[in-house]
Ligand binder design. Structure first.
Ligand SMILES: C[S@@+](CC[C@H](N)C(=O)[O-])C[C@H]1O[C@@H](n2cnc3c(N)ncnc32)[C@H](O)[C@@H]1O
Length: 214
């Protein structure tokens, strides 16, 4: 079965009873963020199954976990899980995970997990420079860096990060983008249409977008 077919199947299964609101033109309150907004977890569960089933070897994440996790990875606690704890979810697979964050605090937050996840490499620096210098084929790219803040170039930067990753992406690959449910597509506003033009298949678009290439 192809990656795109299996990804669609998993989305059907995992999102069956989920309502994922879109806030394309409205501002959301902190309460809405926590109580109503879609969360990254179901998208991460789709990715984790695909990583396992398709034997992905290398994952690169731009924008690491920035807050300590106050519970087990297997439990869900809405106020704590709004960012996603993506770094740990990805590291819990058998793939090698390379995560980079411009803020050294993320490396501090992740330091206690070094022994549990020897497959996790944590770097501090700019995500675009990191991708430009990356020397291995990338099976999965997780983009969750420049925050969606009015008046900043978060959409341009996520597009630039994808362009920097492009030469390294494996032919069959998965790209996942967070915060695509707000502000006309948020971090994916420019990137998702570009990837579709580049022949990626958009599997789902809500709190996150999942795109694959077979
Ligand atoms: C929303 S958080 C990432 C959350 C994380 N993926 C999770 O699920 O817990 C966004 C992160 O992107 C980082 N960031 C912002 N600009 C960046 C850049 N130029 N390069 C790398 N990381 C950057 C921020 O420091 C912040 O820690």
């Amino acid at each position: 079965m192809t990656l795109s077919l299996r990804a669609s199947e998993l989305v059907d299964e995992i999102f069956q009873r989920l309502v994922v609101p879109l806030y394309f033109r409205t501002d959301i309150s902190v309460d809405e963020q926590i109580r109503h907004r879609g969360k990254p977890l179901p998208y991460l569960n789709v990715a984790k199954s695909l990583i396992k089933e398709f034997g992905f070897k290398t994952i690169v994440e731009i924008g690491s976990m920035r807050e300590a996790m106050g519970h087990a990875l297997t439990t869900f606690h809405a106020p704590c899980c709004n960012d996603g704890h993506s770094t740990l979810h990805l590291a819990s697979t058998s793939a090698d995970v390379f995560t980079v964050d411009i803020n050294p605090r993320s490396a501090e937050v992740l330091a206690p997990y070094a022994r549990e996840y020897p497959n996790l490499s944590v770097a501090t620096g700019d995500g675009i420079a990191f991708l430009q210098n990356f020397a291995r084929p990338i099976d999965m790219l997780y983009l969750d860096a420049w925050d969606v803040i009015a008046g900043t170039d978060y959409a341009e930067k996520h597009l630039e990060a994808y362009r920097a990753a492009q030469p390294h992406l494996s032919k069959m690959c998965l790209v996942q983008i967070d915060d695509t449910d707000i502000k006309n597509g948020g971090k994916g506003r420019l990137l998702i249409p570009q990837m579709i033009r580049d022949d990626f298949e958009l599997i789902t678009w809500g709190r996150q977008a999942i795109l694959v290439r077979d």
